[in-house]
Design a protein around this ligand. Structure first.
Ligand code: DNO
Ligand code: MN
Length: 403
């Protein structure tokens, strides 16, 4: 596997020379400054690539080449947007960049209610609290309890939270919910969010799936011709949110997407933290089922509560068996090597990390601290190294134990 690191570009508070010290060899980044739907110019890509290579890295994955909201709404000047997307792909391919991550979440990207939830032995993590999300939906946005669809005890706790919350608490909650939006784009206050949500009125799961299938039909053949690999990032959390349908949440969704245009260019970003937040998802099983279409992996873990809340656990703790998941990815790499596939090595990155030690002082992008991700990467690297060394399967460890 290629160890990679998400870098937000020249404005990231973590510099490329610092990232070099993590041991990662690949950079995952995007031209965050270009508005959604516009073409990524070939020279701008080349300049960013040069900067990355001069620091000693490869630009291994674009995350993300974002999809304009009009595509998800199925309205607007879609021909132009699709043509621009294809042109951006061609410009990336011309620069030798072939793996492209994107997501299909309407309006929001990853969503949390708390960006600094305390962790038992110090540090903080990102957390999704079902009661706080319910408080936001019901008491701040004005959705009805039936629309918001939470467990009765969650609705009750939401009311209690809201009653006690100060203006500042409500502001913090809104900011946490908006924090997943990358770059400097649409950040909504409550009235603006209400308006934005209206633009999805009447769009259900089936409509969104149809809009997604159209997008794939428009861009996957071009990607295939260019020898590229698109890989969709799952919904986070993997469930409908704010009444917005979400359609990249479980194995059935993934099967639909990969089947909509059956091409190796139409693949998956296996994000264990996103998929793992749904108790019905068995992440290693999903990885094995769709293994040949996984072009990129986000490795992190979550710990779930029965009420629908979850928090980001340390990379090897939490509910997903990360050793088994990494084994699944290594098995797939071995299969690819046997069949001579050019993309035998799967890039992964530690997706999010806890704020540890001095992380909070740096004010990095939420979820993307230096030390927390460095710890995550080191742990994941250790697992991968141990599994691929053969010591485990050869029985060397057990025979030594009995010697
Ligand atoms: C969270 C990330 C996501 C991801 C996008 C991909 O930290 O995994 O924001 O980058 O959804 O388009
Ligand atoms: Mn992810």
């Amino acid at each position: 596997m290629i160890e990679s690191w998400r870098w937000y570009g020249p404005f990231d508070k973590i510099t490329l020379p610092e990232i070099a010290q993590t041991g990662a060899s690949g950079i995952v980044t995007a031209l965050h400054e270009i508005p959604y739907g516009e073409v990524w110019p070939v020279e701008t890509i080349a300049a960013r690539k040069r900067q990355i290579e001069e620091a000693g890295f490869d630009w291994v994955v674009v995350e993300s080449l974002p999809i304009h909201e009009d595509v998800k709404r199925g309205a607007g000047d879609l021909d132009r947007i699709f043509a621009n997307y294809r042109q951006s792909l061609a410009n990336l391919a011309a620069n030798g960049i072939h793996t492209i991550c994107y997501n299909f979440m309407p309006l929001l990207d990853w969503t949390r209610t708390d960006l600094a939830a305390p962790v038992a032995r110090g540090g903080t993590c990102l957390r999704f609290s079902a009661p706080r999300m319910a408080a936001f939906e019901i008491h701040m946005l004005g959705r009805t309890e039936a629309e918001a669809d939470y467990l009765p005890e969650v609705v009750q706790q939401a009311a209690i939270w809201f009653q006690r919350a100060t203006e500042a608490d409500r502001e913090t909650l809104l900011n946490s919910i908006m924090a997943g939006l990358p770059g400097a784009y649409d950040r909504y206050d409550v009235p603006a969010l209400r308006e934005a949500l209206k633009t999805y009125d009447g769009i259900g799961q089936d409509d969104l799936r149809a809009h997604y299938a159209r997008f794939l039909q428009e861009v996957v053949p071009a990607a295939e011709d260019l020898g590229m690999r698109l890989c969709v990032h799952p919904d986070d959390p993997p469930r409908d949110i704010l009444g917005l349908p979400r359609i990249v949440s479980d194995a059935d969704d993934i099967a639909f997407i990969l089947g909509a245009v059956d091409s190796p260019a139409n693949g998956l970003t296996l994000c264990s933290g996103s998929l793992g937040a749904n108790p019905a998802n068995d992440v290693p099983a999903i990885a094995r089922r769709f293994a040949d279409r996984i072009h990129f992996a986000h490795l992190r873990n979550v710990r779930k509560d029965p009420d629908g809340s979850f928090e980001e656990a340390a990379h090897l703790e939490g509910d997903t068996d990360m050793v088994d998941l990494i084994a699944a990815l290594l098995e797939e790499e071995a299969r690819r090597r046997q069949t001579g596939r050019a993309d035998a090595v799967i890039p992964f990155r530690p997706d999010h990390g806890h704020d540890l030690l001095s992380d909070a002082e740096r004010g990095t992008h939420p979820g993307y601290p230096l030390i927390g991700r460095l710890r995550g990467l080191a742990e994941l690297r250790g697992v991968a190294r141990a599994l691929s060394s053969g010591a485990l399967s050869s029985g060397a460890l057990s025979s030594r134990a009995t010697a």
